[in-house]
Design a protein around this ligand. Structure first.
Ligand SMILES: [Zn+2]
Length: 281
């Protein structure tokens, strides 16, 4: 069976507080090999780390990143950047720690001050550059500003999550060793632009994600309280395979390889754990 990785899953979200273990179990049974859990604010760093290790008992390829999400920048303090630096320095010894994120710019929400969020974004990009770590990007109506910030540094690459830009913007990300995350949005028939991108972009530039509990796929969207979950990833990947007229197994395999290419520590984690499994005694 092809490796199946959810490159963006907020498994620590309060929406999962009542049944998190069930959600993990269901994803594991559905064939999800691992999820990437991006932290969103400084006070969650330790719990995200703990959760990644816990979830790895069922999904061995589970990993996490540390960062401050633009939505949490209004409450973030300058000292949170110091907390991030200390946490990253410590986490370098943890094989499940794989990068900086979720960071970015959100120009959709009017309450977010562009200068304030940009300050936190740029500082975290500098940190990623300093530690040579990939970044998980939140890009909302901010593609060009983000590409500009990336271009002014030497970064290793990463993922532009929930990608919703133009083909040309995607190409700019690809030149900087970034891949584009596709998930629940692509499953909606009316999401024409995203579906066109999912079809036309080279498969080498695509990774799969759920963004659970957000962006529920079409088949969950009509529930009273729609909630996405990592166990939906295999079905989301079969939608991508359909859109591209490709095999599900090949689609899952390629997307997983792409994620591991741009997130080297995730690749290392998997190489090390699989060599342990396959080593003869
Ligand atoms: Zn996110």
């Amino acid at each position: 069976m092809a490796m199946c990785l959810d490159t963006h899953c907020h498994l620590d979200a309060p929406e999962f507080d009542l049944d998190r273990d069930e959600i993990i179990e269901r994803a594991s049974l559905a064939g999800v090999s691992g999820v990437l859990i991006p932290a969103v604010r400084a006070k969650d760093f330790l719990s995200v780390q703990d959760l990644a290790h816990h979830a790895a008992l069922k999904m061995p390829a589970t990993c996490y990143t540390l960062g401050i999400h633009p939505i949490y920048t209004p409450e973030a303090k300058e000292s949170d950047l110091d907390i991030l630096r200390v946490a990253v320095t410590k986490a370098l010894d943890d094989p499940r720690f794989v990068g900086i994120g979720e960071i970015g710019l959100d120009y959709f929400l009017p309450e977010l001050d562009p200068h304030h969020q940009s300050y936190f974004f740029e500082a975290q990009l500098d940190l990623a550059q300093e530690f040579n770590l990939p970044v998980i990007l939140h890009v909302r109506r901010s593609q060009d500003a983000i590409i500009k910030a990336l271009k002014s540094r030497k970064l290793s690459g990463g993922i532009a999550h929930a990608f919703n830009g133009s083909f040309q913007q995607a190409e700019n990300f690809m030149k900087l060793n970034f891949v584009m995350g596709f998930g629940g949005a692509m499953t909606h028939d009316r999401a024409l632009q995203i579906r066109r991108l999912a079809k036309d972009l080279p498969i080498e530039s695509i990774v799969l994600e759920t963004d659970a509990p957000d962006i529920p796929p079409m088949w969950l969207a009509h529930a009273e309280h729609p909630r996405n979950a990592p166990g939906e990833l295999p079905q989301i990947s079969s939608v991508l395979a359909d859109i591209r007229s490709d095999l599900v197994s090949r689609t899952q395999h390629m997307c997983s390889q792409n994620a591991l290419r741009v997130i080297p520590r995730w690749n290392q984690l998997i190489q090390n754990s699989s060599s342990k499994v396959t080593q003869p005694h």
